[in-house]
Design a protein around this ligand. Structure first.
Ligand code: GLA
Length: 384
């Protein structure tokens, strides 16, 4: 098989006129189940997919950091700064690698000085598949390789999350970076987000993933995510626990009168969703894909009615998918408020069925969703 790093090596050379020193790659992810459980200290299951972000890098001896993205199509040249500055507009994507550079010292890791950096991706952007986490992890591995650093995988994952939380400014949990870092082909990544602790669970043979990306995104999505985060923390406080993962349903019911109806719904979703993750692990171990599918759909219903982060577009896809033969279950995947739906199907589910779902959606909303049949893939790694 051709070396997967060869293509980007050639592209790097055509832009920068020399060969890269290292090539790193990190996958996108689907959130399998565990919606908004991560920052509440709960558990979550995700799968790394076979779509990746790839970064090629070569050291420079001067004080310049030159970035090239296949999408932007031109070199952006920055001087080396101890505290990188946030970028805006067409340069906003640089906040991911710059955020990683800003995060490295927090983990006692050396920061590379000058370099040439090239990024390409076959992972759809903004599709709820965590292209940002993949970009952070591929960048982190490339920067670390330049300095000959080999921290544990868990540290690389934390560097990515730190960049996202403190430089990009999204208060996300560990799910996206954790799955991109610890993914393994034919397995799901299980994360106990409080530790965090990482493990993998085999995906029973015959299970297939189909992603339907609606291209819709609530205008206030970042604000809504942050608002949900805040509401969960406030509910935990009222319940007298550090995080919602520490509360039981019984405690929640006992405190119902003290909580606003909305806070109660948010907390109930999180507590029950964590329980669903546990049940899903058990069903996966039994190879019971029917039960797994039912749990996935139940997760969506809870996001829809209790956490209220679904949309009519996502609900329509879930409703249509679960009424289609060979579909075990379907749910929104990721933060919600738009984005994508994931369906878990048997091998018998085919492209014609997927097209029919897409056409029904088009009839209703006037636009076709992108359909992606993905496989599980391996986690972030240096590949050259
Ligand atoms: C986004 C965040 C994750 C997680 C999910 C919701 O994908 O980046 O950390 O909170 O939403 O489960």
């Amino acid at each position: 098989m051709a070396n997967p790093a060869n293509k980007i090596r050639r592209e790097f050379a055509s832009v920068f006129g020399r060969a890269p020193d290292f090539v790193a790659r990190a996958p996108g992810r689907v959130e399998f189940i565990g919606n908004h459980t991560d920052y509440n200290g709960g558990t979550v299951l995700g799968a790394a997919i076979d779509r990746t972000v790839t970064v090629a890098i070569a050291a420079r001896t001067d004080q310049r950091r030159r970035f090239f993205s296949q999408l932007g199509g031109k070199i952006v040249s920055l001087t080396v700064e101890k505290k990188p500055k946030r970028q805006t507009g067409a340069r906003s994507w640089l906040n991911y690698p710059l955020g990683v550079l800003a995060a490295l010292p927090r983990f006692q890791l050396k920061v590379p000085a000058g370099f040439d950096y090239y990024v390409s991706s076959d992972l759809p952007l903004g599709a709820g598949l965590s292209s940002s986490a993949a970009l952070e992890l591929a960048s982190a591995l490339a920067f670390l390789a330049l300095n000959g650093e080999q921290p544990p995988r868990e540290t690389v994952v934390k560097v990515g999350r730190y960049a996202e939380n403190h430089f990009v400014g999204v208060p996300c949990g560990i799910l996206d970076q954790g799955v991109s870092g610890f993914g393994r082909k034919d397995r799901l990544v299980w994360i106990d987000c409080r530790g965090p602790k990482f493990a993998t669970v085999p995906l029973p043979g015959g299970a297939q993933f189909w992603i339907f990306n609606t291209h819709t995104k609530h205008a206030l999505v970042d604000g809504l995510y942050a608002a949900r985060h805040k509401a969960c923390m406030a509910a935990a406080k009222t319940l007298g626990v550090p995080l919602l993962a520490d509360a039981t349903l019984k405690q929640l019911e006992a405190a119902k009168a003290k909580l606003k109806a909305e806070a109660y719904r948010r907390a109930r979703h999180v507590i029950e969703e964590i329980a669903r993750v546990g049940k899903t692990v058990k069903a996966l171990k039994r190879g019971d894909l029917m039960a797994v599918g039912q749990l996935l759909t139940a997760s969506h219903r809870s996001s829809q009615s209790l956490f209220e982060n679904s949309t009519p577009e996502l609900d329509f896809l879930v409703d249509t998918l679960v009424a289609t033969p060979n579909v075990y279950g379907a749910r929104l995947t990721g933060g919600g408020f738009g984005g994508a739906v994931m369906a878990l199907t048997s091998k018998k589910f085919n492209a014609a069925q997927a097209r029919r779902v897409a056409s029904a959606y088009e009839k209703r909303f006037g636009e076709k969703p992108d359909v992606l049949h993905t496989r599980t893939g391996d986690g972030a790694a240096l590949i050259g």
